[in-house]
Design a protein around this ligand. Structure first.
Ligand SMILES: Nc1nc2c(ncn2[C@@H]2O[C@H](COP(=O)(O)OP(=O)(O)OP(=O)(O)O)[C@@H](O)[C@H]2O)c(=O)[nH]1
Ligand SMILES: [Mg+2]
Length: 422
């Protein structure tokens, strides 16, 4: 039985997201966490009550909705101070979960790898720490449900000192993981394959595209933050070129910086990429806001300057009628329209990726003796044959391949191959 949730949104500062958009996203987050939204209360005017955030009238409206719908919890579309949360819980008689806690809860359900779990635990404890003061009642809460999953609440009995010690231990362990990743990255550099990273708003279709391009088996799901742990696979490109493609965690607007910091090891993959594919769901009514949020996160990560291709995904669906205001985004990017689901536009995307990556291969001309066909096969497998003609003197080959293979071809060559016919 999904938990029944009353949603509560409050108008943000001007220039931010419209309250209806905040509500729509909160609904998606709620469903992703396994809750069923049963009612919504909006506070449109920006008159905040310091103790409860919502005005007294709105708190009463919320309490009535909780009673009428027999709701299990209230999900708030922004962040609450520990005191506001406490006061709201007292007034409403049920659990009150703010946006960060809701996202953390989804993360806790999704984390699979050791690194992912460490990162989620760190983020949860950082969230919990300031809330430990005077929240004895909350901390002794038992039972399950949204906002209580993951390691955060298993520390109920611990005091702040212990939480701090655990945070320090987690940071150390994550630093070790980061060091291992660094070794892996160096190893990849040695293999010589460039790294391409998928970035974009959560649920834009990054994992679907990863599957379509690399034949990988990463999880695809119509929910937010389906992917938490990065996956890297070989990406085949035209003319036998190859790169590595990393699928990673999706972005969402207004992520608290603590949370982003906890995921720095994962996001390091993005920072070290040679090329980014920014995936946008072109059918999404809030794609304008989403793109602006992605841009902000990339800037925050220091990855906004990495070469990038804009990938308009889900082109099998009608485009959004009103894409929402597009904030500060790059307008100078190469673009391609695709459907990761149907495969439309993927060849064009592969060609665009290849064109954006530095050419790691050299051109070579050789006149190979008959009997050296195995070298031609090696080029067919690992490089690109641009011209192949059979002459009396030997096999004339013009090819693009790795410097090592080019060296072998030159060594076996009888003479420079005849210039290609114009
Ligand atoms: N119609 C259509 N649906 C798509 C397309 N690409 C992805 N989807 C759907 O969009 C939903 C989200 O896809 P994912 O690939 O999991 O998205 P993601 O960006 O990896 O999401 P997170 O990992 O949650 O950040 C799934 O239900 C996909 O089936 C597409 O080209 N067309
Ligand atoms: Mg994904």
């Amino acid at each position: 039985m999904p938990e029944r949730a009353v949603l509560a949104c409050i108008a943000g500062p001007p220039g931010g997201w419209a309250i209806e958009d905040e509500l729509a996203e909160l609904e998606e987050l709620a469903r992703s966490a396994g809750a069923e939204p049963v009612a919504a209360v909006l506070q449109r005017h920006r008159h905040y009550e310091p103790a409860t955030l919502f005005t007294r009238g709105k708190v009463e409206e919320l309490a009535a909705a909780v009673r009428a719908e027999v709701a299990d919890l209230v999900l708030v579309g922004c962040d609450l101070s520990p005191r506001q949360q406490l006061h709201l819980e007292e007034a409403l008689g049920c659990r009150v979960i703010d946006r960060t806690r809701l996202i953390l809860d989804i993360f806790a359900c999704r984390a699979k790898s050791r690194e992912g779990k460490l990162q989620v635990e760190l983020a949860q404890l950082c969230y919990l720490l300031p809330r430990l003061v005077g929240l004895g009642r909350e901390l002794s809460r038992t039972g399950g449900g949204i906002g209580t999953r993951g390691p955060g609440e298993t520390k109920l009995e611990t005091d702040r000192r212990k939480v701090r010690a655990r945070i320090a231990a987690l940071r150390r362990q994550l630093a070790e993981v980061a060091a291992t990743r660094q070794v892996q990255r160096t190893g990849r550099r040695r293999v010589g394959l460039p790294l391409v990273a998928l970035v974009g708003y959560t649920n834009a279709g990054k994992s679907t595209l990863h599957r379509a391009l690399c034949g990988s088996d990463v999880l695809v799901a119509d929910q937010m933050f389906a992917t938490l742990d990065p996956t890297t696979r070989v990406l085949p490109l035209p003319a036998n070129r190859r790169a590595l493609l990393t699928d990673t965690v999706g972005f969402v607007h207004d992520l608290p910086s603590d949370l982003v910091a906890a995921f720095s090891a994962t996001l390091e993959e993005v920072r070290s990429a040679d090329l980014l594919l920014e995936v946008v769901d072109q059918s999404h009514p809030r794609q304008g806001e989403q793109r602006a949020a992605v841009e902000a996160q990339l800037r925050h990560l220091g990855a906004a300057g990495i070469p990038r291709i804009l990938v308009w995904n889900k082109c099998d669906l009608p485009p959004a009628e009103d894409a929402g205001p597009v904030g500060a985004v790059r307008t100078d990017l190469a673009q391609v329209r695709i459907s990761a689901r149907t495969g439309q536009g993927l060849e064009e995307l592969r060609a665009l990726i290849a064109a954006h990556l530095p050419e790691d291969r050299v051109e070579v001309r050789a006149l190979l003796p008959y009997g050296a066909e195995s070298l031609v096969h090696a080029v067919r497998r690992n490089g690109h044959v641009e011209e192949l003609t059979y002459h009396e003197a030997g096999i004339a080959l013009v090819a693009r391949c790795s410097p090592a293979l080019a060296h072998r071809l030159r060594a076996a060559s009888l003479a420079e191959a005849p210039a290609p016919r114009a």
